[in-house]
Design a protein around this ligand. Structure first.
Ligand SMILES: [Zn+2]
Ligand SMILES: [Zn+2]
Length: 279
C-alpha cells in the first residue's frame, strides 16, 4: 500500500520487459511482464503503457478501491497495449478511465487504435465489452497535457518505427521522465530526451540492447544502458531505471548490466516487476 499523503509521488513497476512477455526460473527476480508503470501523484493515479503488467495492476488497484485512472500510451506496439482488454477497472461501471495517446500525430485517434486492437480478427470482443466510463483523449507528441490541475506532463516525439511519445511528469516539485522505445540515431530525439529528462528525479529509459547489440538491430528503434547513462549525466538527472529489458535477458545478465551501469552512474538500477519507489 503506497503512502496516501497528498504530496507524495510513488512509482511502481508492473511490467519491465520489452517485445514479449516471458517466464521461467531464470527471470524470476526480474519478472516477465511487458511495459506498465504506475506513477501516483498524491491521489492521482497515472499509468504508463498497457503491456501485460497492466493486468496485475488492474486487479491490485481495483482492490484498493481506486475508481479514476489516466492511462497514457507511449505507442501502440503489442508489448505496450496487449494488457488493455485484461484491465479489470474497464469492466466496472463505477470507474472512469481516460486513455491518452499522441504518437500517431493525429493520423489515428486513440479510440481507433483501441478498436483496431479489439478487432474480432485479433480479439473476441470489441470495446463495447467495457462497462467503465472510458474517455479517449488525443494529443500531438510535443504538446503539454494536464490530466489534473496540479499535474503537468510535457511530451515529445522520440525515435521509433510508427512513432512514440516520451513523457515528462511534473508534480509538486518532483519529476519523472518515461522514455521507452527510442532509437539512438536521431539527433532530434536525443535532444528531446535531454529536455524531458532535465534534472529529473527519475528517468525510466529504454535499455533493450547493449551497444554491441544495438549496432546490429538499428531498425527496431531501441536504445542502450550506455545511452541511458549519457542521457542522465547530460540532463543532470538523479536516478536511471534500466527498462524494457530484452526477453532473453535473464536475472544474471541483468544484474551484470546493472552493475556496469552503476560503475558509470551511481543512480542507475534495473527496474523489476513489483519494484516500488517513493520520490
Ligand atoms: Zn516495446
Ligand atoms: Zn515499440
Amino acid at each position: 500500500m503506497p503512502p496516501q499523503d497528498e504530496a507524495s509521488v510513488f512509482v511502481k513497476f508492473w511490467g519491465v520487459r520489452g517485445s514479449i512477455a516471458t517466464d521461467g526460473e531464470e527471470i524470476m527476480a526480474t519478472g516477465g511482464n511487458t511495459a506498465c508503470v504506475e506513477i501516483r501523484c498524491g491521489s492521482h493515479l497515472l499509468l504508463f503503457d498497457a503491456g501485460t503488467g497492466l493486468r496485475k495492476a488492474g486487479r491490485s488497484l481495483a482492490g484498493e478501491g481506486i475508481k479514476t485512472f489516466n492511462l497514457f500510451l507511449s505507442h501502440s506496439h503489442y508489448d505496450h497495449i496487449i494488457g488493455l482488454p485484461f484491465f479489470a477497472p474497464l469492466f466496472d461501471p463505477d470507474t472512469q478511465c481516460a486513455i491518452w495517446s499522441g504518437h500517431t500525430m493525429g493520423a489515428m485517434k486513440t479510440q481507433a487504435l483501441v478498436d483496431a486492437l479489439l478487432n474480432p480478427l485479433f480479439f473476441p470482443a470489441g470495446a463495447g465489452m467495457f462497462r467503465a466510463q472510458v474517455r479517449y483523449c488525443d494529443f500531438l507528441a510535443g504538446d503539454v497535457i494536464s490530466p489534473a490541475p496540479t499535474i503537468r506532463i510535457a511530451t515529445a516525439r522520440l525515435d521509433h518505427p510508427g512513432g512514440v511519445t516520451g513523457y515528462r511528469i511534473e508534480f509538486d516539485g518532483r519529476t519523472v521522465a518515461y522514455l521507452t522505445d527510442t532509437g539512438v540515431r536521431s539527433h532530434e530525439a536525443r535532444q528531446a530526451c535531454l529536455r524531458l529528462a532535465d534534472q529529473a528525479d527519475l528517468v525510466i529509459y529504454d535499455c533493450m540492447y547493449t551497444e554491441a547489440e544495438a549496432s546490429e538491430r538499428v531498425e527496431f528503434g531501441h536504445s542502450t544502458w550506455e545511452e541511458g547513462v549519457a542521457l542522465c549525466e547530460g540532463a543532470r538527472a538523479k536516478r536511471l531505471a534500466l527498462f524494457h529489458h530484452a526477453p532473453e535477458r535473464d536475472d544474471g545478465d541483468l544484474a551484470g548490466l546493472e552493475q556496469l551501469a552503476r560503475t558509470r552512474f551511481i543512480g542507475a538500477f534495473a527496474a523489476r516487476d513489483g519494484m516500488t519507489l517513493s520520490l
